[in-house]
Design a protein around this ligand. Structure first.
Ligand code: GAR
Length: 194
């Protein structure tokens, strides 16, 4: 059975592009199509990438006084309208309230080996800087189910890589990202086969 993804983004959209490419390549064995892309920020690179792949894309910015739940309800209305069955947070940096009918169907990718370097404030380059400051010798990425606590839900899949002496945060981020590009589709294949 083919799955329909909602991909939520806030930034560059390299994961979105990877998923869009894999979902169109029969040899990639990713039985999925992207039903909708939702960004909480206008003008981000991910929206350009969505346009290039001719994907339906919506911008849903959180209003200042809006609660997480009210925002989440708006987001999941769009997700239901797109008939998506699985939600991927691919660099989506806003807290997402999840309604009951989507519990256990929202997946996040995080650029560290959780539970290390997760939680509030740990996103993007901040994670890699913290890994270097702490003197870690290995790092990696984690794909996990999202629950109502940041970076907390059950782990589906991890991939790791070495930290090299003298690494800059940028060099480390690039090495981790190579693993991320493999980890997310691997996790989706596993998740759907459960
Ligand atoms: C990825 O490195 C992802 O792991 C990270 O944001 C980047 C998104 O890149 N996510 C987090 O830090 C979540 N806490 P992309 O927009 O180019 O796909």
């Amino acid at each position: 059975m083919s799955h329909r993804l909602a991909v939520l983004v806030s930034g560059t959209g390299r994961h979105l592009e990877n998923l869009a490419e894999l979902s169109r390549d029969p040899a990639a064995d990713l039985d999925a199509e992207i039903g909708v892309v939702i960004s909480n920020r206008p003008g981000v690179g991910a929206l350009d990438r969505a346009a290039r792949f001719e994907l339906r894309a919506e911008v849903l910015e959180g209003a200042e006084a809006e609660s997480d739940e009210t925002y989440g309800r708006r987001v999941f209305e769009v997700i239901r309208d797109a008939e998506a069955d699985t939600v991927v947070l691919a660099g989506f940096l806003k807290k997402l309230w999840i309604p009951e009918d989507f519990a256990g169907r929202v997946i996040n990718i995080h650029p560290s080996l959780l539970p290390a370097f997760g939680g509030k404030g740990y996103y993007g380059m901040r994670v890699h800087r913290a890994v270097l400051e702490r003197g870690c010798q290995v790092t990696g990425c984690t794909v996990h189910l999202v629950d109502d606590v940041y970076d907390n839900g059950p782990i589906l899949h991890q991939r790791w890589c070495e930290v090299h002496p003298g690494d800059s945060a940028e060099a480390l981020a690039a090495r981790v990202f190579e693993e991320e590009l493999l980890a997310l589709p691997e996790a989706l294949r596993r998740f759907w086969r459960r």
